[in-house]
Ligand binder design. Structure first.
Ligand SMILES: Nc1ncnc2c1ncn2[C@@H]1O[C@H](COP(=O)(O)OP(=O)(O)O)[C@@H](O)[C@H]1O
Ligand SMILES: [Mg+2]
Length: 282
């Protein structure tokens, strides 16, 4: 568990972290979401004592961190770096080597890190963080610039650490990815804007609206059809949105669609995505 209590930090008189209190629980993946410059990396730096806090407190056990910055020992080979880190973390280097195989980095381990691409450095930094036994693991933008199969593999490894009972803090620009992997999300902009489980954030009042989308040949024509007496909105020329919250079952609508001479391709319930939620709250 990591507890942050009213953390405050300014850089050169400009407030960046304006009093953040959060709890990163064991056996859970907690994600920080926010625009560039929101303060996510600064908050992580404050948690791991890379920066000094102006005020506030952090309670934590052992923490392993993958920083966003690229400051690895570039004159070393990947293998030399992983051997060094494994020794520091008192773990067998074979675990790091296995991870390098799974992430497609094994063939590069004997090359100097200075020649690595951005994505290859990310993979190496991910591996150094994921090895060893810690109470908490922090990954700052682990998958940015990483190929999709390796990014999925990274998330699988992160889930494994969570399932061992560790506390995980994660940031990512890929909100779809966070939506799939996070148990708890904090929307951060130097202060907490909103937080909750993915389900809570997407559907805050838990009274799900009965909004459906009709994908058809001509949404204007369907809209004009007098027999559609539902609350409706044209999304674009092929999509009509209808709110059935006030009606009974969509039977009447289905009958209409079947009898209509308009070509209907699809009819589905509209689901709010996390990305809409995050944009709306900023
Ligand atoms: N070492 C530093 N010195 C001065 N300003 C900094 C420093 N680190 C970050 N900042 C500023 O703090 C703000 C938050 O940055 P950062 O935490 O990196 O955001 P994020 O990770 O959410 O993109 C930015 O305005 C950035 O310019
Ligand atoms: Mg950052």
């Amino acid at each position: 568990m990591i507890g942050c209590f009213n953390i405050v930090k300014s850089f050169h008189g400009t407030p960046v972290i304006k009093g953040i209190s959060i709890e990163i629980k064991n056996g859970m993946i907690t994600s920080l979401v926010g625009k560039n410059g929101a303060g996510k990396s600064t908050l992580i730096g404050l948690i791991v004592d890379y920066y000094r806090r102006d005020s506030g407190d952090v309670k934590k056990g052992t923490v392993s961190v993958m920083p966003d910055a690229d400051n690895m020992y570039s004159d070393w080979t990947g293998l030399e770096f992983l051997k060094f880190i494994s020794k520091l973390k008192k773990t067998d280097v074979s675990y790091a080597i296995n991870l390098s195989k799974e992430l497609g980095l094994y063939k590069n381990l004997n090359s100097k890190i200075s020649g690595y691409s951005f994505g290859m450095k990310k993979k190496l930094s991910f591996i150094q963080c994921a090895i060893g036994d810690f109470d908490a693991y922090i990954f700052d933008e682990p998958t940015s610039g990483v190929d999709v199969p390796s990014a999925l593999k990274m998330l699988e490894v992160v889930r494994g650490l969570k399932n061992r009972g560790s506390a995980i803090l994660l940031t990512s620009h890929n909100i779809d990815e966070l939506e799939r992997v996070s148990d708890y999300i904090i929307i951060d902009s130097g202060e907490i804007i909103d937080s909750g489980t993915v389900k809570d954030l997407i559907n805050p009042d838990s009274t799900e609206k009965e909004v459906y989308i009709i994908h058809c040949l001509d949404s204007q024509k369907l809209f004009n059809d007098a027999s559609i007496k539902f609350t409706k909105r044209i999304v674009d020329e092929n999509h009509l949105e209808i709110d059935l919250s006030q009606s009974t079952l969509p039977n009447e609508l289905l009958r209409l669609l079947v009898n209509s001479d308009n070509t209907v391709y699809e009819f589905y319930k509209k689901k709010r995505s996390l990305i809409e939620t995050v944009y709306q709250s900023e």
